[in-house]
Design a protein around this ligand. Structure first.
Ligand code: ATP
Length: 429
């Protein structure tokens, strides 16, 4: 993990939030390469789940919602961890982490009784800070989709099963955040709410587990680092009938990337009762009205980015040197091509390289770099997972060809400048 954290900082993937003020603990900012990786991941998810399907619609609900949503959803009553405080050092611990011990694990001090601690961030809307203006930062994106159920029925007229997909920020006042970006208080979720006939729910949940597992494999994560883990009855959330997690073998152990839950008709029923609007589906063929069940594949953007970085990180011996290389798949790699002049003191070479870079930028994320010797420039690109390095040399001025070096094999080919775009398009498609 230390190597990953250090690479992320050194190369501009992820920085500590508010670093110049000593940092805000467990809060992270994505830098130039981090935001590209994250955007590429979200685009891959959206493509697979919205663009490539006819039965799932995208949406983007607001983070702030009517406070009654969180009463109906059960979050005000049920979304809490039990915690104890140490009377001496004042540290706070999750009851489940204490495993029945009644002394502080840090200083041996006396602990308070375990008390419920709600995980929702609460703030106030408008100028008056009183109970009637209290509002929550959403702890999951899901509810924004449930409350739009009727809007979607009215505008899209879908048949069952159909789904909604959304990517957005969620906030939880976690008691024990940590492991870099794995558990934070502000994070991003990629969630699908898939509405199904109750009689099909168990089968469709299984299908989603398979399809989501395969999606992670398709991103290039190694099969031996992924597993499915069905929940025991005692660990299910208050709304779930069943849940299977997809876990990744992080350096700190197997941990959840995504949960695929059968939420039953809990949410639609609760919101119907609380709002007075009936969130039922009318099945035209069977002429019956009922509450659909919801199958929810819910994953974390930040956790996936972390798993991808861990999985892609390689240290290899190349002759006498070690090279660090991020073997990111072609869709996820932040930079597709880097154009490098072999001699930066030769204006014709620099000019040619800049021209090639400007041209490629119109099609792929391309960078130009002339700030070091070629060996150093290659290393730098390998560390951020750039797929192709294109070198312009003296000969290029005569034969109008460049050297293209592929990241993983490090094999080099001479390619004519005219054909470069076509060559890269083929490799990247
Ligand atoms: P955990 O048990 O790890 O706290 P959870 O089961 O409470 O997670 P869900 O409520 O199922 O998580 O949320 C769906 C997804 O959102 C998770 O699989 C995870 O990828 C992501 N997620 C949840 N909480 C956090 C967090 N604090 N930081 C980063 N990602 C999170």
């Amino acid at each position: 993990m230390e190597k990953i954290v250090s690479l992320c900082k050194r190369r501009g993937f992820i920085f500590q939030s508010s670093d110049i003020y000593g940092g805000l603990s467990n809060t992270w900012d994505y830098g130039p390469f981090g935001v590209e990786l994250k955007n590429n991941l979200k685009a891959a998810w959206w493509k697979a789940n919205v663009y490539e399907r006819d039965d799932i619609y995208g949406m983007d609900a607001a983070i702030l919602m009517h406070p009654k949503v969180w009463e109906a959803s059960g979050h005000v009553q049920n979304f809490f961890d039990l915690k104890s405080d140490c009377k001496s050092c004042k540290k706070r611990f999750k009851a489940e982490d204490l495993k029945g011990k009644n002394k502080c694990p840090e200083c041996g001090g006396e602990l308070t009784e375990a008390r419920p601690f709600n995980l929702m961030f609460r703030t106030y809307q408008g100028p008056v800070e009183d109970a009637s203006s209290a509002i929550y930062m959403r702890p999951e994106t899901a509810q924004g989709m449930f409350v739009n159920f009727l809007n979607i029925i009215d505008t899209k007229h879908p048949r069952l099963p159909f789904g909604l997909a959304q990517i957005g920020k969620a906030f939880r006042n976690e008691i024990t955040p940590g492991n870099f970006t794995f558990r934070t208080r502000e994070f991003e979720q990629m969630e699908i709410e898939y509405f199904v006939n109750p009689k099909d729910a168990a089968r469709i949940q299984e299908e989603w587990v398979e399809s989501r597992f395969n999606w992670y494999l398709g991103l290039g994560l190694k099969k031996e680092n992924l597993r499915k883990r069905p929940h025991g009855k005692d660990e299910l959330a208050h709304y779930a009938l069943a849940c299977t997690d997809i876990e990744y073998n992080f350096p700190f152990g197997w941990s959840e990337l995504e949960g695929i839950a059968n939420r039953t008709d809990f949410d639609l029923k609760q919101h119907s009762e609380a709002s007075g609007k009936e969130l039922k589906f009318f099945d035209d063929a069977a002429k019956e009205k009922f509450y659909p069940y919801i199958i929810e594949p819910s994953g974390g953007v930040d956790r996936s980015v972390l798993a991808i970085l861990v999985d892609a990180f390689h240290e290899e011996k190349v002759r006498e040197d070690m090279r660090v290389v991020l073997k990111l798949n072609k869709d996820l790699a932040p930079v597709k091509a880097a154009v490098l002049p072999l001699l930066r003191n030769r204006p014709e070479i620099v000019e040619q390289a800049k021209k090639i870079s400007a041209d490629l930028k119109k099609s792929f994320n391309t960078v130009y770099d002339d700030t070091g010797a070629i060996g150093k420039l290659y290393r730098r690109q390998d560390e951020v997972g750039t797929l192709f390095c294109i070198t312009v040399d003296v000969q290029s001025l005569e034969d109008k060809q460049v050297t293209v070096r592929e990241r993983d094999s490090m094999l080099q080919e001479r390619i004519s400048i005219d054909r470069l775009k076509e060559y890269l398009s083929n490799k990247l498609s």
